[in-house]
Design a protein around this ligand. Structure first.
Ligand SMILES: C[S@@+](CC[C@H](N)C(=O)[O-])C[C@H]1O[C@@H](n2cnc3c(N)ncnc32)[C@H](O)[C@@H]1O
Length: 335
């Protein structure tokens, strides 16, 4: 009897040691380790309430924790698959379900298990595209089924990406979630074009601005005077509104000679950059395709000396074949 009690204690002790070892390096994402391997600080502690399907991670036993569903909202970066974070990759390897944006490189999705359910969302505004509500419901439903879901988003999930809205929906439904930041196109795309956004002698401030404000807003929330006064300004989703952007900046006092770059398909093998000034960029950038980033500021001049990506041999710039932005969504889903 004494021996049995002793053995039980040893086994319990070993289990505790295993748990500590798994959490020490913050890598608690493997399927085998389950939710219990998440670092204590990473867990969302909630009081379990009977019957509401909430997770109560801290109090749950190993078995219950393994069964619980959760959502990782992961940033995929702007295109180059090498810009995915290690944590993002581990989430993908663990996922039962991957819900991803149409611009995400398929080479990144390929980190998922072959048997994982894959849901590729159509272009925003296209016929096959799920509404934001439907996407939120899909995430909640799959996690409530006990599945590990990766919501893979272009760039960083919290930069002009509705990642905040999706997290709010998960929090509202009491679904456990984590945010895995990604490399935003606002920074990576200028970098790949040889444009440092700040420079000791040229720009001490940088602003990220949407070129496509929510059309339901009555008035613009952008303080154009403040934007025009920033060292460097990076516009996302602005290529179709280039004329208006240029006009507003000049109106608010930015010199018409200020250099501008428009960079399309940044970090992809077909990346293309056109430069000019606030005066002539509209003409020069005609025909530039989305997605594109617009950079305004003196730092654009550095590109002449620092452009490096274009100089790489084609084999080092990745494979164009994986660009699937025009393809239809993999599934027409009803969420
Ligand atoms: C809906 S926003 C999403 C931004 C994303 N969350 C991020 O952090 O990069 C989409 C816009 O990001 C920019 N973008 C994303 N990927 C890009 C790329 N590879 N090259 C150029 N611009 C890109 C474009 O301005 C595009 O219209």
């Amino acid at each position: 009897m004494v021996e049995f009690a002793f053995l039980t204690k040893v086994v319990a002790g070993l289990k505790r040691v295993k748990r500590v070892l798994c959490t020490k390096d913050g890598r608690g994402l493997s399927r085998e380790r389950g939710a219990d391997a998440l670092p204590q600080d990473d867990r969302r502690s909630r009081k379990p309430e009977p019957g509401n399907g909430s997770f109560g991670v801290e109090d749950a036993g190993d078995e219950a924790a393994d069964r619980r569903g959760r959502v990782y909202i992961v940033g995929a970066g702007p295109g180059d698959p090498g810009l995915l974070t290690l944590k993002g990759k581990r989430c993908l390897e663990e996922a039962d379900v991957i819900v991803y944006d149409h611009l995400v490189n398929e080479d990144i999705v390929a980190h998922g298990r072959p048997d994982a359910e894959r849901v590729r969302l159509g272009k925003p505004g296209s016929a096959g595209r799920l509404s934001q509500d439907a996407i939120n419901r899909l995430l909640v439903r799959r996690a409530s089924e006990g599945k590990v879901v990766v919501r893979l988003k272009g760039g960083d999930p919290f930069i002009f990406s509705r990642g905040g809205e999706e997290a709010e929906a998960l929090a509202g439904a009491d679904v456990a979630f984590e945010i895995v930041p990604g490399v935003t196109s606002a920074i990576a795309v200028p970098s790949y074009a040889g444009i440092p956004l700040t420079h000791r002698h040229m720009a001490s401030s940088v602003a990220f601005v949407t070129g496509h404000e929510d059309s339901t807003k009555e008035a613009s929330e952008i303080d154009w005077k403040a934007v025009a006064g920033m060292g460097t300004v990076v516009f996302l989703m602005g290529v179709s509104r280039l004329s208006q952007i240029v006009a507003r900046l000049v109106e608010e006092g930015r010199a018409p000679e200020t250099p501008v770059a428009v960079i399309e398909w940044g970090t992809w093998p077909g990346q293309r950059t056109v430069t000019g000034t606030l005066q002539d960029i509209r003409e020069r950038a005609q025909g530039m395709r989305r997605p594109a980033v617009i950079v305004v500021g003196e730092v654009v001049r550095l590109r002449n000396r620092l452009e490096w990506f274009k100089e790489l041999p084609a084999s080092r710039r990745g494979t164009e074949a994986k660009r699937q932005q025009e393809a239809a969504p993999t599934k027409a889903l009803k969420a």
